[in-house]
Design a protein around this ligand. Sequence first.
Ligand SMILES: *Cc1c(COP(=O)(O)O)cnc(C)c1O
Length: 231
Amino acid sequence: MAESIQSRVERVEGRIKEAALSSGRNPKSVKLVAASKTVPVDDIRAGITAGVTIVGENYVQEAKEKIEAIGRDNVSWHFIGHLQSNKAKYAVRLFDLIHSVDSIKLAREIDRRARSIDRLQPILIQVNISGEETKSGIDGEQALELVREISALKNIAVRGLMTMPPYFNAPDKVRPYFRALRSLQELVRKEAIPNVEMTELSMGMTGDFEAAIQEGATLVRIGTAIFGERK
Ligand SMILES: *Cc1c(COP(=O)(O)O)cnc(C)c1O
């Protein structure tokens, strides 16, 4: 029989705690985002029952249907996929945190849509820390400038950085990219830009979250280890 979602969540929580303690961090400083693209509503509910408090979705329409079914009483919804500007108006109604802002154009649209519903939208800046051409995210060298531009937008609150490093089988190969995102966070933080907080670092997935935590992750986005292989 397949392992239950309950026990998978418990095991992941245990590994998060171990990784935090192994690097002298408070386990409470790391939050689990259960990445649930393509996962049915009942499995997400099972995750929430098991203690998941943040769910991360990649597609606006899919998320909308799931949020309508599950609600938001015991759970916070994050957007972790690539966001198109024309979906910003839905995103500001649906998500407590948008992890994937990587252009001023998208930020302006989020700001405009958030203003129209009198909301302050928390976001992270997605950084293409490896410089791979196929990846979403702003280049590391341009990230500070983007944060400065976005800081002028009144209905957006920048809370930190997010990255999707290249895929390797060995987590230790990914570590330098996590470290680079952490350095960038420090660099931006030192600028002390008004309206900008650099508290969150969203990095680490099923294959590498322990390394990410050891390098400073505050939000780990984990799908497969909780819900099993995606179909
Ligand atoms: C799917 C997804 C994850 C989770 O990936 P797993 O390897 O299944 O843990 C994390 N972040 C993003 C942006 C994703 O799309």
